[in-house]
Design a protein around this ligand. Structure first.
Ligand code: M6R
Length: 583
């Protein structure tokens, strides 16, 4: 949520060519508004789409120091004035911020009493005024001001400051991610490494409650006492996919089509270089009393499959939605947490693992983005190696999360052959994509869709429903088929579309489909059973667990093509962001 980037360089850099090009790579973090500022006093911001904004920035805007921001609004509406960068009334201190300053009203009141005039509805605006008051008015150093801010501010922040006519970049962070990229011609600060992974593979990750001063050719990091912090340069490996949309109309469909390749890459890596991690996970599960998966959204749906697989093999497991963890779960030093997260930055998950660590729990993670906060807080981490996923909706990363969980289940006698998955994914696409387009035409005007599953397909019912909401904005409910009769069936009318996930040998799901059909529903069957005469989408043969991959793909394709027919913003659905770094 919100992406920030900043550049400091030996030679002047172009704001449009260098700074905003890297900001564009973080657009998936939020796209409510965009803006930049330089240390020579040039700034601009807008609520227009980022591409439009960038195309209007003059190529001649150059600077040694520049900062930029793409916003996912939390405090204050999506307006020009609320867009970042924020600045003090004299336009001396410019700030971009990702996170939430929880006690902003109290800091703001104090600054207002000192005579400062605020103009936005945001929490972030206290930052430029705070630093203006400390550094410009009271002539304190950045270090003194930063220490004071870290002491005073409650909440989360990755903050970058540029000060007019000052040739340094200043940064501080707590809980929101921030990394320093080491470039040939200077440095780049950013919310995540993808901002600069096309330019460098060297980065330093900020610790919580630290601050840094970056010069053109040097940097210094400090802890909250002002003591110099030693830093480690990480050499990372990331950005393996073709980064533009290529011949596809949207990233979502490109990413769906990447799955034969991305699943194969993951399987290879789990069989070779990540094998060691898998065996550590086996030991950790063996030592634990219970396994608790923690995740949000699509990653939670993958986690439910993990629970299904492990419980069936005698390993007590649970899955808890991260944002509700505290209310519904207790952790002790016999608990093993498995955090599943594409971004590795979801704040609700980060909060759970930090607290669980304090209770003595061990942390395993399954992430896509290497060096993400969740990976860095884990005892053992598996990478799902799906490559950058640009579309806000998770597709290829969901498939790879499932494959990773199958590999974990294999440690406990899950016997199915996983090497056939990439080919079966390919076949699912080849056999069904045209048909999905036909069904999308039938469905795209429907207001409500229900998706029913049971056992391993219950999480898939929820996943398909989530995608139908997220992409084409169709109200959808994904549920346990068995629960239908306990209330929801009252909503079934003539022609209500109900997608039924019916793997082979599942008489109970067949009955559920019949029950809703008898009430006039338009039943759409996804199955791997050739002998089922009523199948609408036939996917390759497999066990129930792997059926979850192929049936999800039909649901993802359906959401995509319905979205296309509805003319919505496929890759950047309204109100969403790919990386949810606030509570
Ligand atoms: O990065 P994470 O996997 O932790 O993200 C969790 C959810 O925000 C995410 O899966 C979300 O539900 C997707 N947009 C769904 O497509």
């Amino acid at each position: 949520m919100c992406g920030i980037t900043a550049k400091i360089s030996i030679e002047e850099h172009g704001v449009r060519r260098d700074l905003l090009r890297s900001l564009k790579r973080l657009e998936y973090r939020g796209y409510d508004s965009v803006g930049f500022a330089t240390n020579n006093g040039v700034f601009s911001k807008s609520t227009s789409p980022m591409s439009e904004f960038i195309s209007e920035v003059d190529e001649d805007v150059k600077s040694f120091v520049s900062i930029s921001h793409t916003r996912w609004a939390t405090h204050g509406g999506v307006t020009h004035v609320n867009a970042h960068p924020h600045f003090d009334s004299t336009k001396t201190v410019f700030v971009v911020h990702n996170g939430i300053i929880e006690n902003y009203d109290e800091i703001r009141e104090e600054l207002e009493r000192k005579g400062y005039d605020f103009v936005t509805e945001t929490d972030s605006e206290v930052i430029p005024f705070f630093f203006y008051d400390e550094m410009i008015k009271n002539k304190k150093s950045f270090g003194e001001a930063a220490k004071e801010f870290i002491k005073r501010a409650r909440g989360t922040f990755a903050i970058i400051l540029t000060i007019k006519n000052d040739d340094k970049l200043y940064a501080l962070k707590r809980d929101s991610p921030l990394a320093l990229g080491i470039l040939d011609d200077g440095f780049m600060l950013a919310s995540d490494i993808f901002a600069f992974s096309d330019e460098t593979n060297k980065a330093i990750f900020f610790e919580d409650d630290t601050y840094a001063e970056i010069k053109k050719n040097a940097y210094s990091f400090y802890d909250s006492n002002g003591d110099v912090q030693s830093t480690e340069i990480t050499v990372f490996d990331w950005g393996v996919e073709e980064e533009d949309v290529q011949d596809y109309p949207h990233f979502m469909i490109k990413e769906i089509h990447e799955q034969p390749k991305t699943s194969k890459r993951l399987i290879n890596s789990l069989e070779t270089e990540q094998k060691k991690e898998l065996s550590k996970i086996k030991d950790l599960i063996g030592e634990a009393k219970r396994v608790v998966f923690v995740a949000s959204g699509t990653s939670y749906h993958a986690s439910l499959i993990g629970v299904h697989l492990l419980n069936r093999r005698g390993v007590e497991s649970h899955a808890v939605i991260a944002s509700e963890f505290e209310s519904f779960y207790l952790v002790d030093d016999k608990t093993l947490i498995i955090a599943v997260s594409q971004s590795g930055e979801t704040m609700d998950v980060v909060t759970v693992i930090k607290k669980a660590k304090e209770e003595g729990a061990k942390i395993v993670s399954v992430v896509n983005v290497p060096y993400s906060t969740i990976q860095r807080h884990s005892d053992v981490s598996l990478e799902i190696r799906a490559g950058q996923e640009v579309c806000v909706a998770s597709t290829k990363t969901f498939t790879n999360q499932l494959i990773t969980l199958f590999f974990i289940a294999k440690l406990f006698s899950y016997k199915e052959d996983l090497s056939l998955i990439p080919d079966k994914i390919k076949k699912t696409l080849e056999d069904n994509e045209d048909k999905v387009k036909v069904y999308a035409k039938k469905l795209y005007k429907k207001k409500d869709v229900f998706v029913l599953g049971k056992g391993a397909t219950y999480p898939i019912a929820r996943e398909i429903a989530l995608k139908l909401k997220e992409i084409p904005y169709v109200h959808a409910e994904g549920m346990m088929a068995g629960e239908l009769k306990h209330g929801t069936i009252a909503l079934v009318e003539k022609d209500t579309p109900i997608i039924c996930l019916i793997p082979k040998n599942n008489p109970s799901m067949l009955s559920s489909a019949k029950e809703v059909e008898a009430r006039g529903a338009e039943v759409i069957v996804i199955s791997n059973d050739k002998s089922n005469k009523e199948v609408d989408f036939l996917v390759p043969e497999s066990d129930d667990a792997q059926f979850s991959i192929y049936s999800t793909m039909i649901g993802h394709l359906l959401s995509y093509y319905i979205g296309v027919l509805r003319g919505v913003s496929i890759d950047k659905p309204r109100n969403l962001a790919k990386s949810v770094t606030v509570h």
